[in-house]
Design a protein around this ligand. Sequence first.
Ligand code: NAD
Ligand code: IPM
Ligand code: MN
Length: 328
Amino acid sequence: MAARVACLPGDGIGPEVMVEAVRVLDALGIEHAEYPFGGAAIDALGTPLPDETLAAAREAEAVLLGAVGGPQWPPGACEKGLIDLRGALDVYANLRPAGTLVIVRELVGGLYYGARGTRPDGTVFDTCEYTPAQVERVARRAFELARTRGGKLVSVDKANVMETGRLWRRVVSELAAEYPDVELKHGLVDSVAMWIVMHPEEFDVLVMENTFGDILSDVAAGVFGGLGLAASASLGDGTLGVYEPVHGSAPDIAGTGAANPTAMLRSLVLALEHSLGEPEQARVLEAAVDAALASSPTPDVGGRATTRQFGDVVLRALAPAPTVGSSR
Ligand code: NAD
Ligand code: IPM
Ligand code: MN
């Protein structure tokens, strides 16, 4: 039988932060199993997304993913496993909360999935393509999310230059009639990037193309404390979701014990909420992580705790020691 949670540690700091998430899963009594993915899977099995891993991901309730990639593998080789996994599971709406805003990144289309290749003259090309239906389904998710939050949605595009940008704007505008309670604004990606840096508090929910979302989610993470904090949830039409930090394998700090497991643990919070049907456990874990950030921060957020020490503080908060003299 498949595990409830399929854990894909991957490479670099991926396995280091995954260990802390697995300790939390054990403490919560949630069954899980680990599968090879990314560079580690290339080394062991010759492919970044082995069949066994994809099958386990399909059968799980949630996929927890560390990070993939590193200088020891050919560029793009590990990352292809991640892009293929997202496509195969059709998790098209990638929610990336950062501070007071949430970016909804279209995850299985756009520039990442369009036609690409090399022409005989040596020209290399990647193309950005969207069907109206692809834009509509992710925009709908963003409207629905905005409705449960501050009621404000900014749709981000490059409609002043790109055909896909004009399609994006038209489809989102048409959908707005169904959500009169949501205030919709359109923004061009370059100026929205600047506004996120200068006035992040003005945003609530933002929705955008795959590549724009990749870039702006790192920008938003930077504005709100760094990549060590930024979690994500990738959702499709069913309850299965892929939960992963926004950050990568961080080869510059891998093996030093300095990785901040917050992004990974907050991704687990999102999994408890959206796929595992455990909203109360989600709140408890979220509070435990916030407390650990306050008392035992890792170096990226100005402290000295190691990944393991941070995890220890989270676990202690989840399972408080019995008080002296307690009858239980
Ligand atoms: P990165 O996100 O790995 O690291 C950027 C910077 O942020 C580094 O200085 C790193 O030390 C720091 N950082 C990231 N996560 C941190 C954490 N949890 N705690 C403390 N500091 C943290 O980006 P990069 O260096 O450009 O990419 C490295 C590799 O990761 C590349 O191969 C890239 O393709 C891959 N990548 C994978 C994913 C993923 O698997 N989801 C995401 C992004 C990048
Ligand atoms: C992310 C990462 C991935 C992406 C890479 C590793 C394929 O940067 O999840 O943000 O670009 O989507
Ligand atoms: Mn990215």
